[in-house]
Design a protein. Structure first.
Length: 249
């Protein structure tokens, strides 16, 4: 099998491939988080570096799939993948059934789609708010327009990095998502610092984005019970150093 990833999705596929004895190839951009790449290699998958951005790695993975006959696993247009990541929201609501608002980060939207499906199945009144980087707003803009949009992909936050929306997740988000927020690179870095300082949690940039968005909306959330999807503790030393060096509290 083959897929493209900036890190977290690649780790999940590498883990599953090792579990079932399948050879996995993970295409990553040259600037991928080195810690995530090392984790993928450590689980036995073969790394294929290609291009500067996630979208370049996707095209390479699709090309190799056609040429070699590999099973290409899309990081969004896969029903079972969406069902798998939906368990994060289900587990959250099983532990804290009083939650009425959930913030979830968006790269291509599998996590946000799964969160919508799980949350609305538990309680249709739960609000789900997606968050993406303003520097890579393709899914946000597609959700607003109702069609696939291509946008510049310039965020440092690899978990939010995509230049084009995906059909399946956009359809789900169009039907179920309540709101969609964009946050700046500065807000993401500040959110990462707050996770460390206030929650004693080493969270990567995608999680920084949801905390930043919740802070921005804090007045309207005053009477609500809020859950944040902290999707990954795999921040790079470079990103962590930048965040801590720029912000204090």
């Amino acid at each position: 099998m083959i897929t493209a990833s900036t890190g977290n999705h690649g780790q999940s596929i590498a883990f599953a491939a090792r579990l079932f004895g399948v050879k996995a190839y993970i295409c990553v951009p040259h600037a991928a988080n080195p810690g995530k790449v090392a984790a993928i290699r450590g689980m036995g998958a073969e790394i294929v570096e290609h291009g500067e951005r996630f979208d370049d790695a996707v095209r390479r993975a699709q090309q190799l799939a056609r040429e070699k006959g590999y099973r290409f696993i899309h990081s969004a247009n896969e029903p079972m993948l969406i069902a798998g990541v939906a368990t994060e929201a289900l587990e959250m609501l099983e532990e804290r059934p009083e939650i009425d608002t959930i913030f979830v980060p968006v790269g291509l939207g599998s996590g946000a789609s799964g969160t919508c499906i799980a949350a609305k199945a538990v309680n249709r009144d739960i609000r789900v708010i997606a968050v993406q980087a303003a520097a890579s707003p393709a899914v946000h803009d597609s959700w607003r327009s109702g069609k696939i949009e291509v946008r510049p992909n310039e965020t440092f936050a690899e978990g939010l990095s995509t230049g084009e929306a995906a059909e399946m997740t956009l359809e789900i988000l169009s039907r179920h998502l309540d709101d969609f927020q964009l946050v700046s690179e500065e807000e993401i870095l500040q959110g990462m610092v707050w996770w460390v300082e206030r929650c004693h949690t080493l969270a990567e940039s995608a999680a920084g984005a949801v905390l930043a968005a919740a802070y921005r909306l804090r007045i309207s959330l005053k009477e609500r019970k809020v859950g944040l999807i902290c999707s990954g503790g795999n921040t790079s030393i470079t990103h962590l150093r930048e965040a801590l060096g720029r912000y204090r509290g």
